[in-house]
Design a protein around this ligand. Structure first.
Ligand code: ACO
Length: 342
């Protein structure tokens, strides 16, 4: 564990915080259940539920649709709920490992699809930690005082890089997008964030083909290098330790006990990882957002999708801790105070 970095948030007296003011989402209609997977690979509903907590996931079956379409759907919902025009957006950040194509960035495609004529934007690649890293980045844009409406979206069409003959990965992932609007707030918003990367373990969870090292050829496709590869057991071990450690780090830095935390929003990769993290933080189960049973691991979308599902339960001033671990390795935890709700 490296030495703690200084908090990114600043006291509210010295400038605005970046607060989440709206949440939106997009889920494909089609469900891929454990029973469906039993017919595709040598697995069982019982194994999947007990080892991961997943019952079903959503799949974007329409081959003419991609990550940008889901992200644009989530963006549209944010705009409608907030009652603003696309032209009001200053920036769009899309966290994804399944961009429509290497370039243009998915953020550019979303900008065009929703007609956000005044926004600039970019993609951020940090696998399952993508949304968390994008939230920190977007918050800095708000805290700089230069931008007032920043859209941060996590979106992944994981079905486009999953090998549906590999039982160790195909049971885990689903497709979704969800996003938040960040705006300046005098009182509530992002207070602290800790991020880590450790590239030394990149080979345990990766997609080897399609980039400049292994450009697509018949040989890379034959070797299935265009699919996600994961060595699950060591990734699991690292995830359990890293997520609990980084949450503890954020709690210590902000003098929070388990009683002070109203909600934990963990990345949804495996229910056992979530349970271990919550236990180390001293949280009771009703404080932990869990929807992995319904959607599986949607990579960059899991955290905002949880916020969407729990939006009605959240109240102004709630202390919320978000945490993720993913390929890279990448991991982190953020502490924010919720800005709206009864
Ligand atoms: N159905 C039935 N049996 C299976 C399946 C399956 N779908 N998959 C694996 N098995 C078997 C294995 O072959 C193995 O059999 P063996 O003992 O005869 O060799 C046995 O089940 C146990 O396999 P493990 O890999 O040890 O299973 P584990 O309990 O570790 O669960 C899992 C696997 C779910 C992948 C887990 O390791 C995990 O969650 N890892 C971390 C995932 C994660 O957090 N990833 C980071 C985020 S993802 C991102 O960034 C894109």
């Amino acid at each position: 564990m490296s030495a703690p970095s200084p908090p990114v948030g600043r006291p509210s007296s010295s400038g605005p915080r970046a607060a989440i003011t709206t949440v939106g989402h997009f889920l494909p209609e089609e469900r891929l259940t454990n029973a469906d997977l039993e017919k595709m690979v040598d697995t069982s509903d019982e194994w999947i539920r007990t080892r991961t907590g997943i019952t079903e996931r959503r799949i974007l079956r329409d081959e003419t649709k991609a990550t940008s379409d889901m992200a644009a759907g989530a963006a549209q919902e944010v705009l409608e709920k907030r009652g603003i025009d696309a032209d009001d957006l200053d920036a769009i950040i899309v966290a994804t490992v399944t961009p429509d194509m290497l370039f243009p960035a998915t953020a550019c495609l979303v900008q065009d699809k929703i007609g956000a004529s005044n926004a600039w934007g970019f993609d951020l690649s940090a696998a399952c930690s993508g949304f968390l890293f994008a939230l920190t980045t977007g918050s800095q844009l708000i805290e700089s005082g230069r931008y007032e409406k920043v859209l941060v979206i996590g979106a992944d069409k994981m079905s486009s890089i999953v090998d549906y003959t590999d039982r160790t990965t195909c049971i885990l992932f689903g497709d979704a997008a969800a996003g938040v609007l960040l705006e300046p707030h005098d009182e509530y918003g992002l207070i602290d964030a800790v991020q880590h990367v450790d590239g030394g373990h990149g080979d345990l969870l990766c997609m080897k083909g399609g980039g400049s090292l292994n450009p697509p050829t018949h040989a890379t496709v034959d070797a299935k290098m265009h699919y996600i590869y994961q060595d699950g057991r060591p990734v699991f071990r690292h995830a359990v330790t890293a997520m609990a450690d980084v949450c503890e780090e954020v709690m210590e830095r902000n003098n929070l006990t388990g009683d002070d935390v109203d909600y934990l929003v963990p990345h949804q990769a495996n229910l056992r990882i979530i349970d271990a993290t919550a236990k180390r933080m001293g949280l009771t189960s009703e404080k932990v957002m869990i929807n992995i049973d319904r959607y599986g691991n949607t990579t960059a979308a899991t955290i905002p999708l949880c916020l969407y599902d729990w939006e009605d339960e959240l109240s102004e001033g709630d202390n919320v801790v978000l945490t993720a671990f993913g390929g890279g390795f990448t991991w982190g935890a953020s502490y924010l105070t919720w800005a709206y709700g009864e």
